[in-house]
Design a protein around this ligand. Structure first.
Ligand code: GLU
Length: 498
């Protein structure tokens, strides 16, 4: 049977790389087996959820190309499901559980519960000093023991009440697809709340109600939900629904082996988009964070990942986020990106730097693509084309002062450049081979090393000490610009007239 999986983010923060990876694993699994990928925004915490966060999550998923298959549709692609629109169904499930005796009304107030918890803590503290652990107190089921008359009288008095699940005795086991068999003793699970006294469903209730209704067959999510799983399994059983398979994906750690956080740099997917990473690279990188194809392949396209993915390949150990590896993936995917497509994707970075011209995709396209081809091997991110190649797209050159000091402010350089300018101006054709021959001839005639003249010319026309091959650069800049820059450089070197 084709699987049905879901990604269920709470929109209380950005789309963190950990969340994106969970979404990716779900998506790959669904696509691999021809299943269905559902997106459910768990926005029931109205105070902590926000529209901005929802937009950020959707943008991040779209950027990665993680399209979802179901949801309300008004023309166009489907919207995600929003959990906040489903609260009545969750409440109905809780009431159903009360009717069938699997859950009960609890009239205990917060004050009563707190007093009991404190008393238990004091007693434990007296018995074993230092061993106080408030979480060790579990609800004492006092409301589970109420008689029918007692319940009727409380209802008549309109007392606020929560609904608690009656946790059955015995062990709850499941076979996690990542971690293997896991079991929890019911004696350690409190009768947890399903519906709060203000009518608000808890996470345990909402998630199971939705997963049952959406017929989810595999729950693939973060490790931090392992302790919720036995409660959810008990709920599935109580409502007579088939229990899905679970795959709990380990944490992502920073290079220092601590939980990945802002201290390690950007953690939100859209931030990486802004920094000029390719979605293909992020996709590939995230897929290999904790998953392996079982061999040493690393570079994958989306399609080859779909073909290779299986939940069994997810490792039980924590994955380490290595930013240098992400750069490597980005470089590899940049190299593989068709230059015409790269040109389109660069528009935003170029616009940001004030360097864009629509002619780059029209009459100057051939030139633009040739420049990109030249810059590609050195670029790690989209922004690098602007930073490393800005001199192609603007005549306002920023000279690197160290490069100027090293390569231009040496004895005789000004005259050498003037001679080079004359030689280049006289060329019939202005291509890499002829500019190279001209430069070498000038160097020889003037008794300087060709390498020194190459360095000086590079700084003069690019402002930088590193660039792609000088002769390709000259040819693509064109005769007029090269001349103007050689003249400008010699002005830079001449002492200003006083
Ligand atoms: N909304 C939950 C979260 O963001 C996920 C729930 C689940 O996957 O079961 O942690």
């Amino acid at each position: 049977m084709a699987p049905r999986v879901r990604f269920a983010p709470s929109p209380t923060g950005h789309l963190h790389v950990g969340g994106a990876r969970t979404a990716l694993f779900n998506w790959l699994f669904a696509r691999r087996l021809g299943g269905v990928f559902v997106l459910r925004i768990e926005d029931t915490d109205a105070e902590r959820s926000s529209e901005d966060m929802i937009d950020g999550i959707l943008d991040g998923l779209r950027w990665l190309g993680l399209d979802w298959d179901e949801g309300p549709k008004v023309g166009g692609p489907c919207a995600p499901y929003f959990q906040s629109g489903r609260l009545d169904r969750h409440r109905a499930m809780a009431e159903q559980l009360v009717r069938q005796g699997s859950a009960y009304y609890c009239y205990c107030t917060n004050d009563t519960l707190k007093a009991k918890r404190d008393a238990a803590q004091r007693a434990r503290g007296a018995a074993a000093p230092g061993a106080s652990d408030p979480s060790a107190w579990r609800y004492d089921r006092s409301c589970c023991a109420l008689t029918a008359e007692e319940i009727i009288s409380r209802e008549r008095d309109g007392l606020p009440r929560a609904i608690r699940f009656r946790v059955p005795e015995g062990t709850t086991r499941f076979d996690d697809l990542v971690h293997g068999p896991i079991e929890f003793d019911g004696a350690n699970i409190e009768d947890f709340v399903l519906l709060r006294s203000d009518g608000h469903p808890t996470y345990q209730l909402s998630v199971v109600s939705d997963d049952v209704e959406m017929k989810i067959t595999h729950v693939v999510r973060g490790d931090d939900h392992i302790s919720n799983t036995p409660k959810q399994i008990l709920l599935y059983r109580a409502v007579g629904a088939e229990v899905p398979r679970f795959a709990h994906v380990p944490l992502i750690l920073g290079p220092d082996k601590k939980r990945l956080s802002k201290r390690h740099g950007a953690t939100s997917v859209t931030e990486y988009a802004r920094q000029g990473y390719l979605p293909e690279a992020m996709f590939n990188f995230l897929a290999l964070l904790g998953w392996s194809p079982g061999d040493d392949r690393e570079l994958f396209t989306r399609d080859s990942l779909v073909a290779a993915f299986s939940l069994e390949g997810i490792s039980g150990g924590n994955a380490v986020f290595n930013p240098e590896k992400l750069d490597w993936f980005n470089q590899q995917h940049l190299m593989r990106l068709a230059t015409g497509e790269l040109a389109v994707r660069l528009k935003t970075s170029f616009e940001g730097a004030g360097l864009w011209s629509d002619s780059y995709l029209a009459d100057r396209r051939a030139w633009f693509l040739a420049v990109l081809e030249l810059l590609k091997p050195r670029a790690k991110r989209l922004d690098d084309f602007v930073v490393q190649g800005g001199f192609f797209f603007s005549d306002t050159i920023e000279y690197d002062s160290a490069a100027v000091d090293t390569h231009l402010r040496a004895a005789g350089v000004e005259d050498h450049l003037a001679a080079l300018d004359a030689a280049l101006t006289a060329l019939e054709t202005f291509d890499p081979a002829s500019t190279e021959a001209a430069l070498r001839a000038v160097a020889e005639a003037r008794g300087v090393k060709a390498a020194s003249l190459i360095h000086a010319a590079r700084v003069a026309v690019t402002g930088r000490s590193a660039s792609p091959g000088l002769f390709e650069v000259l040819a693509l800049l064109g005769r007029a610009r090269v001349h103007a820059r050689l003249v400008a450089a010699s002005r830079l070197l001449s002492p200003s007239p006083s």
